[in-house]
Design a protein around this ligand. Sequence first.
Ligand code: ACO
Length: 324
Amino acid sequence: MSGSRILGTGSALPRQIVTNADLAERVDTSDEWIVARTGIRQRHIAQSDETTASLAIAAARAALADAGVDAASIGLIVLATATPDNTFPATATKVQAALGCNGGVAFDVAAVCSGFLYALTVADSLLTTGTAKRALVIGAETFSRILDWEDRTTCVLFGDGAGAVVLEAPSAQHTGSDAPGILGSRLHADGAQHDLLYVDGGPSTTQTVGHVRMKGPEVFRHAVVNLSAVLREVIEEAGVSVDEIDWVVPHQANARILDATAKKLGIAPDKVILTVDRHANTSAASVPLALDVARKDGRIKSGDLVMLEAMGGGFTWGASLIRM
Ligand code: ACO
């Protein structure tokens, strides 16, 4: 029997688009540099009336509509974010209140860019053990609020947004090798790499929110090695060949990381969903956002074998193979 099934997807982006040319007016950078080094052309940036919760709620509503299910049937909300509306309570509880499905389980997961993979795996486990029948798994971020807008090495890389999936518990109706559902997931963390990518503030240290700090080239090298390794683990665990994978939906950090990882595994570049050009790096939101884009534009269809993968601060990283 497969794991939990994705019934629907949804996403939400802030209204305001900021181009590379717009950023070049604020910091010493250029459209040419950003496109050549990252593949990013623009990003959406939240205005003061848009928050992680408001984006998450919009994405969740879109996913529920896509799945054709009522919010009342959602017994579990797992929301991945590094930019919650408040230090507490969890932003997931704000989503729950807005959707009116109070009484079930709702909590946030902090694994930065790989947060959605962590949230999906935790939700799948809780559904499999009977905690709930249906879940919303959300990645939502307003990274613009923790960027140092004077630091050209980080501020050009990120954007805001949210993506969500409705996940249903495994059922005996769905068995066999073509049954829809999660076929395998693997998660990892290496806390020794903290200083390569972190935020220099927090409630218990500086009592401030802090700003993103990153040693970009080192992160890049670790990302390619770690992502290739975890993809191989999931492929082996699921007993499929690389050629059987229809689509890879990677965390959208940098087009060059996506190219290098796909090349290492022998995955054709046209099987890799790329949204980093339009959205930049939206951290935990990037995988569900890209998944929703590729489902809505008709590329990812029912029955396709789809690999999700991400790496982020911690370091944390993971991958999930899903039959849609
Ligand atoms: N505009 C113009 N020049 C810049 C900019 C900018 N925005 N940023 C840096 N530079 C300069 C640097 O100062 C440096 O100049 P120097 O040679 O005179 O010292 C030069 O460009 C090269 O800088 P590098 O940092 O070596 O450039 P690199 O090719 O490694 O690209 C980047 C930097 C884009 C950050 C890349 O290393 C990267 O993408 N790393 C991965 C990090 C990442 O994606 N993190 C996101 C979260 S983790 C994850 O999701 C995997």
